[in-house]
Design a protein around this ligand. Structure first.
Ligand code: GDP
Ligand code: MG
Length: 162
């Protein structure tokens, strides 16, 4: 079976935009309102002829309650079932307490993680992305999911660990 890759991160960091960019379709729902993806949704993707499954998740929040708690639980479940994880971060905002809580959850999971420094729409932001090394999760890959920049290097790195 095709390897499974879970896409996790805070609400509004661009997870669904990234999924759409990689699958080359607009099926994952993108919204300016945080937390729109309520369920895990799987999509068939391919990189250089190699198939994989991408699982878009709702935004993970450490202090979530009610529906948001369900969304966070679904994201954790997606991580547990994944062969690798793309942790999406907002380079413009930088590292937040929630990002750090997600990193803890991911370390517990033991799954291999690749850091996606999203929203690197400019060269200056690409340089800013190096600050994400501070998470201690290895190299941050600068990407602009919106403009389609950096996805190739990211997917090359992903297939090195799959
Ligand atoms: P999700 O909640 O993590 O799935 O985030 P979405 O994919 O729904 O995107 C949230 C918002 O961020 C939307 O307004 C997107 O257009 C915007 N966004 C996503 N990727 C980028 C990017 O690379 N650059 C910029 N400037 N905005 C982005
Ligand atoms: Mg989404």
């Amino acid at each position: 079976p095709a390897p499974v890759v879970a896409v996790v991160g805070r609400p509004n960091v661009g997870k669904s935009t990234l999924v759409n960019r990689v699958i080359g379709r607009r099926e994952a729902v993108v919204e300016d309102v945080p937390g729109v993806t309520r369920d895990r949704v799987s999509y068939s993707a391919e990189w250089l002829g190699r198939p994989f499954t991408m699982v878009d998740t709702g935004g993970w929040e450490s202090d979530a309650r009610g529906i948001d708690k369900t969304v966070a639980d679904q994201a954790e479940l997606a991580v547990q079932r994944a062969d690798a994880v793309l942790l999406v971060l907002d380079t413009v905002v930088g590292v937040t307490a929630t990002d750090e809580a997600i990193v803890k959850m991911l370390r517990r999971s033991g799954r291999p993680v690749i850091l996606v420094a999203n929203k690197c729409d400019s060269r200056a932001l690409e340089l800013q992305a190096t600050e994400l090394w501070s998470l201690g999760m290895g190299e941050p890959y600068p990407v602009s999911a919106l403009h389609g920049k950096g996805a190739g290097d990211l997917l090359d790195a992903l297939f090195e660990i799959l």
